[in-house]
Design a protein around this ligand. Structure first.
Ligand SMILES: NC(=O)C1=CN([C@@H]2O[C@H](COP(=O)(O)OP(=O)(O)OC[C@H]3O[C@@H](n4cnc5c(N)ncnc54)[C@H](OP(=O)(O)O)[C@@H]3O)[C@@H](O)[C@H]2O)C=CC1
Ligand SMILES: Nc1nc(=O)c2c([nH]1)NC[C@@H]1CN(c3ccc(C(=O)N[C@@H](CCC(=O)O)C(=O)O)cc3)C=[N+]21
Ligand SMILES: [Mg+2]
Length: 294
């Protein structure tokens, strides 16, 4: 029976550490850190994430602002807002919630963000620094996963880690972090994706599996080895009869895999809350290193 990697619990601990830090900042008559979220359109999941981030900011004592645009917003309007946030002495970090509507070139938007305020760690300058093991903002989800492993004292050194999915925001940076000459890291990493044939031949050999494909219950018990460590990033909304009208399903068939794994993250309450805690951590870092500050 697997032990649970409790992301909700660890995320609360991290937010509490940040809150204490913010109290000290404010006590010395300095303004609190300020995070801005840009939301385009009214996608239900995106609205939930952004509202949760605003709630997290309140909990840790940050100022937060939401800038929302209709889904019909033009690229130039969005770029103008980014320029304004880049220049604002009152803003430490901001994120542009993804995905963006089709008329908007995502790369162009990410490139426009001042890397010093890019608390998502999506700008190529920050991504490059991450890959080269220089200090920078780490993308929140992979950062959350390595922090979870670290806090549970899970040794990744010399382990075979299989990552499923190669997106810019999860799979690709995750595979790089696990292979870094750092702790947690020093794993031998296999990055798999939709063109990987017979994926079970890889997952069955893995000591650590990180699923980020977005296919509910994809990873079954017969695809993993006894004692594997399973990290489930996937979140899919599936309609049900509950009050909310949906439930969240991970990429891992939790019920069967928990019998075989040594450690496993739940959905919800695993990687998701850790992602949000690390966004708070990055915003605090942006505040502390800000050229505008003190
Ligand atoms: N908990 C959290 O904090 C977060 C959760 N998520 C969730 O994680 C999941 C993934 O998100 P994201 O990375 O943005 O997703 P993307 O859709 O951007 O990427 C999915 C990746 O999975 C690969 N893939 C798809 N199907 C398969 C398959 N059958 N076998 C192997 N690989 C496959 C794709 O391959 P290819 O490149 O070939 O297309 C792609 O690389 C989603 O459920 C999302 O909601 C995302 C961000 C944060
Ligand atoms: N610029 C940008 N940065 C992101 O970091 C980013 C993004 N765009 N687009 C979408 C994905 C997804 N993502 C999640 C964050 C928190 C939870 C989360 O809090 N999950 C809770 C449940 C929340 C709920 O009830 O829906 C949990 O798993 O327990 C999930 C997913 C960040 N993303
Ligand atoms: Mg989760």
């Amino acid at each position: 029976m697997a032990q649970i990697l409790d992301g909700l619990k660890v995320s609360k601990e991290i937010k509490e550490e940040i809150r204490v830090d913010v109290i000290k900042i404010v006590e010395t008559n300095r303004r609190p850190p300020h995070l801005v979220a840009i939301l385009v359109g009214k996608n239900g999941a995106s609205m939930t994430y952004v509202n949760n981030k605003i709630k997290d900011c309140k909990e840790v004592g940050f100022k937060s602002s939401l800038v929302d645009f209709p889904s019909t917003v033009s690229e130039s309007e969005l770029l103008e807002k980014i320029d304004e946030l880049n220049k604002s002495k009152d803003v430490d970090g901001f994120i542009v919630q993804l995905p963006l509507p089709k008329q908007i070139d995502q790369e162009k938007i990410i490139m426009a963000i001042d890397p010093r305020k890019d608390v998502d760690g999506f700008h190529p300058e920050n991504f490059g620094k991450m890959a080269l093991e220089m200090d920078t903002f780490l993308p929140a989800t992979p950062f959350g996963i390595i922090t979870l492993l670290e806090r549970y004292g899970i040794d990744t050194k010399g382990k075979h880690c299989v990552v499923i999915g190669r997106s810019r925001i999860v799979g690709k940076p995750m595979s790089i972090l696990m292979g870094r000459k750092d702790f947690p890291g020093n794993s031998t990493v296999t990055l798999t994706h939709s063109y990987t044939p017979h994926i079970e031949e890889f997952t069955q050999k893995a000591d650590i599996i990180i699923t980020a494909l977005g296919d509910p219950n994809f990873l079954k018990a017969d695809m993993i080895k006894e004692g594997a460590i399973i990290i489930d990033v996937g979140i899919t909304r599936v309609e049900d009869q509950s009050e909310k009208g949906y439930k969240l399903i991970g990429d891992v068939d939790f019920e069967s895999c928990k019998e075989k794994a040594s450690w496993i993250t739940p959905v919800p309450g695993g990687v998701g809350p850790m992602t949000r805690a690390m966004l708070m951590k990055n915003t605090l870092l942006a505040y502390k290193t800000s050229v505008y500050n003190d």
